[in-house]
Design a protein around this ligand. Sequence first.
Ligand code: PLP
Length: 408
Amino acid sequence: MADKDFPISGFSSLAIHAGHEQDPNYAHLTPIYASSTYVFDEAEQGMRRFSGEEDGFIYARWGNPNMQEAEEKIAAMEAFGISDNQRAPLKLKAILHASGMAAISTLFLSNLEKGDKVLSHFSLYGGTQEMLNRIFPSLGMQGIIEDLRDLEKAEDALKKHPEIKMIYLETPANPTIQCVDIEALARLGKQYGKIIACDNTFATPYLQQPFRWGADFVVHSTTKFLNGHGTLIGGVLIGRDIEFMKTKATKIHRMLGGNSNGFDAFLLVNGMKTLELRMERHCQNAIQVASFLESRPGVARVNYNGLPSHPDYLVAMKQMRHPGAMLSFDMKDGLQAGINVMNRLKLCTRTVSLGTCDTLLCHPASMTHYSVPREDRLRYGITDGLIRMSVGMENIQDILADLDQAIR
Ligand SMILES: Cc1ncc(COP(=O)(O)O)c(C=O)c1O
């Protein structure tokens, strides 16, 4: 275990060591704590723990050593190399959840109340979009959807809807890999006194740190690149206002019951240790896959924010270390061409989700968006022949060979 006062300077060193505490039995890794409750030496100790006077675990819905390790690691990675207003290293607080959607629910329900509105970009994860469209109205809240790449439109929306309390971004976003400028939107939002929240799932803190650009909150589906091996469902909410995170956000998280568990937190902790190495390889492969697809005659368009042809290339270059491992491409011959490519795959995997070692492809028009009316999905850039790809870490020649035979 690294000494607490060792001045760690590298991202991987931090990802490996941050959050780890010496196990009382000297186990090398934190063992999986499969216990619902934690005992008190005496009644007074219970009182001290419940009152917050003494740190310590009480009940696993509220946290356990595996979850705490994961939370501290993620908070350290999101804050890596960033200073606060006093030029001291930025401190953040993370709360681990059962899923990305649970973390997003805590974000909204701890910050918003009846009458409030959220301004968001039109390219959003489907679950978040449904939450804004279907759950918000029953709570007396509303999602306002705009193209947030256009700052004038964003400002018009802020003027028109003074009830907007939060600007919620997802960048890069599904499935066209659109990027919004976090810094520009945060600056605009702050002028109007708004909360800025960002879903950083596609990028991970290794590629992009929204707190550097002014975000107040970050959420992740840890199911994806943070775990990296497709072995769990999880999410995390991270906040800059430590007091808020320890009080309001913690209360809502505990009351909603969207807690993680020892096993998933253990898998997540060990996955995150290799984040830098994995993302380097994912990204190296992704740019080669994107350039290859761009050269194929059957492909009408490639959406990858690392290609100069992508409309948000410059924004991605500004705020991301590398453009990432997510891309999509549009088959010229439409629906059947998309289905044919999926059926011919021999190495890459046909599935939804993203961020695993293997390359994953899905065809939204016949899968995730099958039940969405065609006009609606076209509005969001989900054309009939569009295929989304999470570029894995296989050797590049094998990924390209599989794509080549599947597309031909
Ligand atoms: C960008 C993004 N945010 C949030 C979520 C929701 O995460 P989860 O499935 O872990 O609830 C997903 C899931 O795919 C996602 O892609």
